[in-house]
Design a protein around this ligand. Sequence first.
Ligand code: 4AD
Ligand code: MG
Length: 441
Amino acid sequence: AIGQLRKSKDEPSSGVLRVRVQGRVQRVAKQGGLMFVTLRRGLNLMQCLLAGELAKTYDALTLMRETSMEVFGELWEVPAGAHAPLNRELHADYFRIIAVAPGGDDAFTNLVPEDGDPNTLLNLRHLTLRHDKPSAVMFVRGVLEGAFHTAYKEMDVKKVSPPALVQTQVEGGATLFKFDYYGETSYLTQSSQLYLETVLPSLGDVYCIEKSFRAEKSLTRRHLSEYTHIEAELDFITFDDLLTHLEAVICRVVDLTLEDPVAGELVKKYNPEFKKPSRPFLRMRYADAIEWLREKGIKNTEGNDHVFGDDIAEAAERKMTDEINRPIFLTHFPVEIKAFYMQKADDDKRVTESVDLLMPGVGEVVGGSMRIWDYEELLAAYKREGIDPAGYFWYLDQRKYGSSPHGGYGLGAERFLAWLMKLWTVREACLYPRFMGRCTP
Ligand code: 4AD
Ligand code: MG
């Protein structure tokens, strides 16, 4: 741009910055004969001042929120506290409506009030997304995904794109979405883990950011039917290496996201108490967590004291993370409550080399483990779980052709974002959330 911001009427108008701004009406305020119109273009806002005859035109007097328009004029510097974003104001000498938005009963703010009924807002998600908070969340989400790509690149973890249409389960049959694939039974993938494992010998450490699908037949604050799954798999590692890597990725991604000038400010705005996690994260064995829950009198889903072998349900997990109030690596879950592929611990064959990363306000954000890498042991695991290994020939072959100790994890992008931005539910972290009962718009 050529020219300067104008500061007062007394300055000559030559050399003053003249601009044209296009956007949609975010807010209209009238003050005497003046009209202040805040225009929105993406996340950027510009306050425009219409004065004199301009403020008396039919188009000005009937201006509705969401109408798109363009405004021409001089750019002024105004004092802080004048409600003008960036302390700038566009003093209009001409404006033009590009396309109107409805008034009357269809008026935007009546239709989708920011604090409206959540279900109504979801029915009109395509309009709700124009509000400040949803746009901020979507923006930070984009930066966050970029931060993962950057962090993995820095760590020399290669990106691949596994298939979404599959014929094997990863996390249990109960949450599989089944469909007809040219006459064959197939599923929407629950996790790309098994496919990531197969590329370790060709690419080395790998990751993917893909959709995973779960037919979750319950409505909770943190379960979706379709979610973005950030998964990585690392070769020739120990369980301890896996935990160290996870800490490094998470801290790097948080730093990168907060370093983004816009995303950093938005996180501060919506989650002012956010504390960067410090390394090392607290490590707690499942058995110790059970003890902790017993001591605190936090009951299991049957209303009894927790015992070794119980699943730690969402409510108990939340209480634990909220009270401890820092990231927790919960490790060494019993074999019976974890997936078929998990490696058993050397020092205690009842438990697996597994980890859930729990975050305050959300609970489980990451699930990971070392993988069984012995062929016979994996076959035995299929048998124990009652899974027919035939469909997994390609997964078993990894254990036949130069196997290796390896492990990895999956991180739910929506849950991570819910933690970062203090969202009440992961539904707020999706452009168009999918959960039981909702597949529209
Ligand atoms: O714990 P999960 O089921 O683990 C796996 O899928 C492993 N195969 C991942 C791996 O090792 N590559 O899921 C991993 C994470 C969870 O910790 C959670 O953050 C997220 O995925 N997740 C969900 N997010 C939203 N809605 C759901 N229904 C989710 N199910 C899992
Ligand atoms: Mg899990």
